[in-house]
Design a protein around this ligand. Structure first.
Ligand code: 26V
Length: 804
């Protein structure tokens, strides 16, 4: 077993025998899927050696551990990542070669683990990779959804949602741990009684009980021993909890609990099921933490010294009352010591300032579903008010209450019950402190901090762009692999014309790979020498895909009108999923696809413009798209995008950021300088001013600006669709609801910025230099830097000391 991957020969022999024995047939008679499954299991078992060592080392050295609670982990595929992190990629690749197989073909068999909506879920995945690679003890806690976020197809220009059956072939990375099951209880009623010492006790009679059963995946660090755990909880029937005559209902309730990732990050429409999911993985995760703590330590008194819990947004905020419940009801703690443990253990990250996205639950629903937890929330609120009063800050009540307007404000609960609250980029954290959470910042100024997001440079540079990686190693050595800040060494070479040329060749190679993908999957021909202009992210009004497509519409109309106006050839790539219930977002997808149809099929125009909508945006799509980009579109309304992380992936692969001063774009320009990015548009202060003065009027722009008028009119005059009502939601949103996200306000600035981008691109050497500077300055955006900051400043983690 130990030697499976020690040489090509060992691997080939072991692998052939394992495949033959698993399927009871000759290796030659087996299919790619079968070989993939066996290979995956061999790798997982091999990782098991260090997995065991890691657990033992943590126990022995009593190292502090992190538990990252997140409803979403967008892991993507793991085969390449695991082989590379283990340092056995070449052995396997060469071995497969010898067996007449191409490793890429095996890689393609794996489904993306798409257990998330977008940036928040992918951030969790990048963090797991960095934790293990930095030798930090970090556990992920989530749900084993049977279906990932939906698969997107485009039919008749529109989004269609299909189930994402990622477990079709099972999951080779997971290990089922039925012995660690936890019972999770919902509903019913709570009785309190007093014991002979006058102490209160709770007797809870739930009306719905499920078993939470964990599946563990190893998270393998880059060339280190550390192998952490991502624990995914499945819901299973509890034989003894079915009420007479209710078997059918019970089975379907249990099944629904872990059926899928909640696909709607646009509205929180009071879905009971979502709240059930939240409590389900919180309760199971807390139970596990307590049990494993007590296996090593005599009591829970030192929990905060040995465990840190990070809440990824408010989705797992029930950790706070749940941990209180366990400490008080199961381990007899009084309120104050329990509260002390909880608040010193828990920290909270905020990921959005959009009011619609800040979770609130109806109090009735919470009380009904989680009666004991709700009682504890009421007590937290009562004591919090007492504290505020005591500090003579009662005037803040209205803005800081946890229970208000018959709702439970989860962000407020999170802030009150944590020792740290952080935003995910400098400007975002400032907005939290100065605006969205200013009352809390007045109460607890030391609690607020910033942790600018990052991405794992292993997946997003080393593994998905081997061509660029080789060129970088050739130029500055391989130090940046372990220490991404060393990418800055590239600054010494950015003026070197030979390197510039070699780099442009690498970029062209990546563009050709993307072009081939587009040809194979969509049968669209794209010109690899055109500018590749990319916007890939969830579809939301605030991200302003509309601004991008309006620019394209404007260019088209102008070229049709004026035969002397021509642009440098450009290919506009879009990739985006819309929440199934978000009608406006879906209409924007339809507009993009109809503009694409028109433009791509116009022989006069299609030499200059192609529009490509890549369906089913996912980690795997991002891995071919990001590194082929020349231009990275980061054009959200200033103040709205908390950070963005796609922006960092493009930058690390050389693309120029065309962006507003929003989210981490601000720090990207800070790194590269204004001359190596293209910044445009209203600043957050301008937007606040317009709102305060109530002085923005979309109709004024419409009346004054012919370009805007033409584009808006084209929505209704059958230019793109044979139906004047096809884009009514878009029209109404802009013109009747006064353009909430200032699309028209930034339109001219954006058109101009785009013309500057073209001018820069036309100077090849200048462009190459700019791209190289972007790469050189991207080390800061490695999630290794982010995680080191969390570890030092919030979690108090130190590396696991291995004995050999
Ligand atoms: C955003 C919005 C905005 C429109 C209205 C409704 C709504 C609902 C949910 C969300 C997103 C929720 C949290 C989230 O995914 N935030 C993302 O987190 C990323 C990682 O920190 C960050 O890079 C993105 O900027 C942020 O949107």
């Amino acid at each position: 077993m130990m030697s499976t991957f020690s040489s090509k020969e060992n691997f080939v022999n072991t692998f052939k025998v394992a495949v033959a024995e698993t399927y009871g047939r000759d290796f030659e008679d087996t299919k790619s899927v079968e070989r993939y499954l066996v290979l995956g299991h061999l790798i997982r078992d091999y990782a098991g050696i260090n997995w065991k060592e890691t657990k033992n080392a943590i126990k022995k050295s009593q190292t502090k551990q992190l538990y990252y609670f997140s409803m979403e982990f967008l892991m993507g595929r793991l085969l390449t990542n695991n082989l590379m992190n283990l340092g056995i990629y070449d052995v396997v690749k060469d071995g497969l070669d010898e067996l007449g197989m191409n490793i890429n073909e095996i890689e393609e068999v794996e489904s993306d683990a798409g257990l998330g909506n977008g940036g928040l879920g992918r951030l969790a995945a990048c963090f797991m990779d960095s934790l293990a690679s930095l030798n930090l003890a970090g556990n992920g806690n989530c749900i084993r959804y049977r279906y990932g976020l939906f698969k997107q197809k485009i039919e008749n220009f529109q989004q269609v949602e299909l189930p994402d059956c990622w477990l079709k072939y099972g999951n080779v990375w997971e290990v089922w741990k039925p012995q660690h099951e936890v019972k999770v209880k919902f509903g019913g009623k709570v009785d309190a009684y007093m014991d002979y010492n006058g102490k209160f006790h709770m007797k809870y009679e739930p009306d719905f009980v499920v078993r939470a059963v964990p599946y563990d995946e190893p998270i393998i660090g880059y060339h280190t021993k550390t192998t952490n755990t991502l624990r995914l909880w499945d819901a299973q029937v509890d034989e003894n909890s079915v009420k007479p005559g209710q078997l059918g209902q019970y089975l379907s309730d249990v099944s629904a609990l872990t059926a899928n990732v909640y696909p709607d990050d646009s509205t929180l429409d009071g879905k009971r099921l979502r709240l059930k999911q939240e409590y389900f993985f919180v309760c199971a995760g807390i139970n596990q933490i307590i049990e494993s703590h007590l296996r090593v330590y005599p009591s829970l008194d030192n929990l905060a010294e040995k465990v840190a819990i990070q809440l990824n947004d408010t989705h797992p905020v029930l950790v706070i009352p749940e941990l209180m419940r366990v400490l008080m009801d199961d381990y007899n703690y009084d309120w104050d010591p329990a509260w002390n443990i909880v608040t010193h253990t828990v920290a909270y990250t905020n990921h959005t300032v959009m009011a619609e996205a800040l979770e609130k639950w109806p109090q009735d629903m919470m009380r009904d579903l989680l009666p004991r937890v709700y009682m504890i929330i009421e007590e937290i609120e009562r004591r919090f008010h007492y504290e505020v009063d005591h500090r003579n800050m009662g005037y803040l009540f209205n803005s800081v209450s946890i229970l208000k307007d018959n709702q439970v404000h989860m962000a407020h609960l999170a802030i009150v019950g944590s020792h740290s609250v952080n935003g995910v980029a400098k400007i975002h954290s400032e907005i939290l402190v100065n605006d969205v959470m200013s009352s809390f910042a007045a109460l607890y100024p030391d609690r607020f901090n910033n942790k600018t997001n990052g991405i794992t440079h292993r997946r997003w540079l080393l593994y998905s762009n081997p061509q660029l990686t080789d060129l970088l190693i050739d130029t500055i050595g391989d130090g940046f692999i372990k220490h991404p800040s060393e990418l800055s060494k590239l600054m010494d070479y950015v003026d070197d014309p030979i390197l510039q040329n070699r780099f442009m060749e690498v970029k062209r190679e990546r563009k050709a790979i993307l072009a081939k993908y587009v040809k194979d999957t969509l049968n669209i021909d794209v010109d690899v020498d055109s500018i590749f202009d990319c916007q890939a992210k969830r579809l939301h009004a605030y991200k302003r895909q509309l601004l991008n497509v309006f620019h394209i519409m404007h260019l088209y109309l102008r070229m049709k009108k004026d035969p002397n106006f021509r642009i440098y050839p450009r290919t506009f790539f879009f990739s985006a999923k819309a929440a199934p219930s978000y009608a406006l977002a879906k209409e924007i997808i339809k507009l993009i696809n109809m503009v694409a149809e028109k433009v791509n099929n116009d022989p006069e125009i299609s030499r200059y413009i192609k529009v490509v909508f890549i369906p089913n945006y996912s980690v795997s799509v991002a891995e071919v798209l990001m590194n082929a980009a020349d231009v990275s579109e980061q054009i959200s309304t200033a103040g709205k995008e908390a950070s963005g992380t796609g922006n960092m992936k493009y930058m690390m692969n050389g693309a120029l950021t065309l962006g507003t001063l929003d989210g981490a774009n601000v720090e990207i320009v800070e790194q590269v300088g204004y001359e190596n990015a293209q910044i445009f548009g209203l600043h957050v202060e301008d937007i606040n001013e317009l709102k305060k003065e109530n002085s923005y009027n979309a109709w004024n722009l419409y009346n004054q600006d012919a370009n805007i008028r033409e584009v808006i009119e084209s929505l209704k005059n059958n230019t793109w669709a044979n139906d004047p009502n096809a884009f009514q939601l878009i029209y109404n949103d802009l013109m009747l609801r006064n353009d909430e996200f200032f699309v028209l306000a930034d339109f001219e600035a954006y058109i101009y910025a785009q013309s500057l981008v073209q001018r820069m691109y036309e100077d090849r050497s200048r462009w190459a230099r700019m791209m190289l500077i972007n790469i050189a300055k991207s080390g800061y955006f490695s999630s290794d830097r982010t995680i080191q900051e969390y570890a030092d400043q919030i979690w108090g983690l130190t590396p696991i000391p291995f004995e050999n």
